[in-house]
Write a protein that binds this ligand. Structure first.
Ligand code: PSU
Ligand code: MN
Length: 283
């Protein structure tokens, strides 16, 4: 009898599926993200809370329920985990909640689309994702922070909180739908596998979250002027709080005629592939 060889795991989040992308694209993309991790020689673990149970890896029926009935799943940050567990309710996990559950399950690498950050405007809405990165030792592979945010303030806040931000094949903070924000990064790697060595060193010296910034592939990047204009239009009348990000992503999909969804898919798949590469190198 042969023992199945287990490969290193890469965490994937569920809020992007339940609240970030429309049905049925979200199910296809959720499956493709898992396939991209497998193609990279790692094991995907999509994370969500189902009837109060944190699940580290979903069966396909649960992934489909999450995609089809996204509205039936709350949007949980790390702050909300205990409420769902205690009350046996279901929730999709954001970057912060996914990082918490992944770390507690022994997973060291997590791939998403783009992290939350400092919202534009004067409301002072700052995603708990940033605090999670400041406190949880995990590598989060993302295309930077979502472009609907205030990117200069988000990058400053990452520094204040002590998050190690490393460009992957770029020396700029990516702008999610485009490769360039004009904001320079202090650190970059050309080979993502090097992030495994950096992570070990970071964690050996008291460091916590690492944000690996992997820009959208050139062929999938949107026109900067087009997406800037679309974001400005989407921001008009946007709600605040937890509904802000899902509303803005849905509005952008409408304003761009679906181009933002195609770009989101491409960048998230690219992050899943890089996440697998880092996890395999980390071992
Ligand atoms: N990346 C995507 N789409 C998403 C998200 C990330 O490509 O929908 C989600 C993540 O779960 C992230 C959340 O944690 O958006 C940020 O929400 P908020 O701004 O409310 O913290
Ligand atoms: Mn918020």
């Amino acid at each position: 009898m042969t023992t199945p060889v287990s490969t290193p795991r890469v965490a994937l989040e569920s809020t992007i599926i339940a609240h970030g992308l429309p049905w049925p694209d979200n199910l296809a993309i959720g499956r493709e993200l898992e396939a991209a991790v497998r193609a990279g020689g790692a094991t995907p673990a999509t994370i969500a809370i189902v009837d109060g149970v944190p699940r580290i890896g979903l069966d396909d029926a649960t992934l489909e329920a999450l995609a089809r009935d996204g509205a039936r799943f709350a949007k949980a940050s790390a702050i909300d985990l205990a409420m769902h567990v205690a009350r046996k309710t279901s929730a999709a996990t954001t970057v912060s909640a996914t990082a918490r559950l992944a770390h507690d399950a022994g997973i060291r690498v997590f791939a998403t689309g783009g992290i939350g950050g400092v919202h534009r405007g004067e409301a002072g809405d700052v995603s708990h994702d940033l605090y999670a990165l400041a406190t949880i030792p995990i590598v989060v592979v993302s295309a930077g922070a979502k472009a609907i945010l205030d990117l200069p303030r988000t990058l400053e806040m990452l520094e204040t909180l002590g998050v190690l931000v490393v460009g992957v094949g770029t020396d700029e903070f990516p702008a999610f739908y485009t490769r360039s924000s004009g904001l320079k990064l202090e650190h970059h790697v050309d080979d993502p596998a090097e992030l495994a060595t950096i992570a070990r060193a970071h964690w050996a010296h008291g460091g916590r979250g690492i944000l690996a910034c992997n820009p959208i592939p050139t062929a999938a990047a949107l026109d900067p002027a087009m997406i800037d204009d679309a974001i400005a239009r989407a921001l008009v009348g946007a709600p605040s709080g937890k509904r802000a990000t899902p509303y803005l992503l849905a509005k952008l999909a409408e304003v761009t005629g679906g181009a933002s969804i195609r770009a989101n898919r491409a960048l998230a798949l690219h992050n899943a592939a890089v996440g697998a590469c880092v996890a395999v190198a980390y071992g």
